[in-house]
Write a protein that binds this ligand. Structure first.
Ligand code: SDX
Length: 428
């Protein structure tokens, strides 16, 4: 007999099935609530509402746990390659050596983008934000590969669309960067690894040899793994709801890129560095900025702090903070913003306002310091987040379709004008 919860509405008792997940999370199944009671639930920002059952990522916000398909990110970040984790997130199991080799070769076959896509860049203004270009480019991929638009495509066609996207996103991201700095595009070199090829296309020049720095490649590998999925975050939920209308993969991922761009979400990594630079320029008075962040009448927020789910610590921030010290040390870089970030974290975590609200550094607080140390410009930071999050978005989109989840269409509580008759303009 499955567990039920009982609610009483207008003197009548209704039973709601209780669903228990594999990590003993509990949920009230309200799928029949309206048809049986006439009531709906209201939960702004879906803070207490599950949208789906998923087997991809488990996180426990209180305990600071994050696992992809059951594997702790601490182990994956240290020991796996990003494409290995991509395979795991997409297919549910770690690949054998042969499966990984096949997967890597499949990706290598699709790293070039259609030559006509280069013409898009001629139209963008010089200061175009990379995320605006990237979102457009990814949606435009569906026009270059019209077979991707067929909702009833075969498994092979699915795989091809997915492999094309995983292969081309780094190429497009590097083209966005080269366009911004007005340098020539670099074509992919498929004898390089996925991360190293991206570095080559980003930092290489046609006039000189380029050897990817292994310290930087290792740091990027770790960062992309730490961003690879995060269950039903804003952008993944966006990808799911867009895909639930049977919009194609590229259109769905483009929507996810747009959602990620927001400074409350993935855009925070750019906002953190801009905040730290502003504090430094303002003389480094941390108490002043902490007070501004606490002041409800002040729009300033401590960017990179706080999280919808993590209320003790974001395990990714812990790993990235340590990686900051390691990488800056190995590269021999002194970055004053790292010192400000650490002091800001210390001051904030000694302040009751932040501790009471469970506001700790999140994944975006330290990541920008590493991106900057390896030569990535601030406006490209959220593009890096998108590169890392791509496997998660694809897996969430695919799981939604495989599970036959219905088109996403939330209800509302109407609070506008009740019925009233039209008044001709001469009588108003
Ligand atoms: C990501 O969901 C995910 O998984 C996202 C992500 C992923 O991997 O996909 O982890 C990536 O988006 C990380 C978050 C990056 N965003 C930022 O760093 C922006 C700064 N943070 C905040 O805007 C905020 O903390 C959010 C958006 C992250 C979370 O917002 P919530 O869950 O809606 O919480 P809230 O806004 O209701 O805040 C609760 C309280 C409020 O105060 P009270 O009304 O209780 O008095 O905490 C305060 C807020 O004012 N608060 C902050 C704060 N964050 C929350 N006060 C000052 N500075 C902050 N950063």
């Amino acid at each position: 007999m499955s567990e039920v919860a009982k609610i009483e509405l207008e003197g009548k008792v209704f039973e709601l099935p209780i669903i228990t997940g594999s990590e003993q999370e509990k949920a009230l199944d309200i799928s029949k609530l309206r048809s049986e009671t006439g009531y709906i639930t209201l939960d702004r920002g879906f803070k207490n509402t599950g949208s789906c059952q998923s087997a991809i990522t488990f996180l426990d916000g209180e305990k600071g746990i994050l696992r992809y398909r059951g594997y702790p990110i601490e182990q994956l970040a240290e020991e796996a390659s990003f494409l290995e984790v991509t395979y795991l997130i997409l297919k549910g199991e770690l690949p054998t050596a042969e499966q990984l080799k096949d997967f890597e070769e499949n990706i290598d076959n699709h790293t070039l983008v259609h030559e006509d896509m280069k013409r898009f860049f001629e139209a963008y203004p010089a200061q175009a934000h990379p995320m605006g270009i990237l979102a457009s480019m990814i949606c435009s991929m569906s026009t270059f590969y019209p077979e991707s638009q067929n909702p009833n495509r075969s498994k092979e066609a699915f795989e091809l669309s997915i492999n094309r996207l995983i292969a081309k996103l780094p190429t497009l991201a590097a083209m966005v960067y080269k366009n911004a700095v007005r340098h020539p595009f670099m074509y992919p070199k498929n004898d390089l690894g996925y991360i190293e090829n991206f570095m080559y296309m980003m930092f290489g020049m046609p006039t000189e040899d380029y050897e990817p720095n292994p310290v930087i490649a290792k740091a990027l590998n770790k960062l992309l793994i730490l961003h690879a999925d995060h269950e039903q975050n804003c952008s993944a939920s966006t990808v799911r709801i867009v895909g639930s209308s049977q919009a194609n993969l590229y259109a769905s991922i483009s929507a996810g890129i747009s959602a990620l761009w927001g400074p409350l979400h993935g855009g925070a990594n750019q906002a953190v560095i801009e905040m730290l630079e502003m504090i430094e320029k303002d003389g480094g008075d941390l108490d002043k900025w902490i007070e501004k962040a606490k002041d409800k009448n002040d729009p300033f927020r401590l960017m990179g702090f706080g999280h919808r789910v993590y209320k003790n610590f974001d395990p990714r921030a812990t790993i990235i903070k340590k990686a900051c010290d390691d990488i800056l040390g190995e590269l021999g870089i002194e970055d004053p913003t790292l010192d400000i970030a650490k002091r800001l974290e210390k001051v904030a975590l000694e302040d009751e306002y932040f501790v009471k609200r469970g506001l700790y550094p999140n994944v975006d607080f330290y990541s920008g310091i590493i991106y900057r140390a390896i030569g990535i410009p601030t406006e490209m930071f959220t593009v890096m987040f998108a590169l890392g999050r791509l496997p998660g978005w694809i897996a969430q989109w695919r799981e939604m379709l495989d599970n036959g989840d219905p088109i996403g269409r939330p209800r509302q509580v109407y609070v506008g004008s009740t019925k009233r008759d039209f008044v001709p303009i001469e009588k108003r």
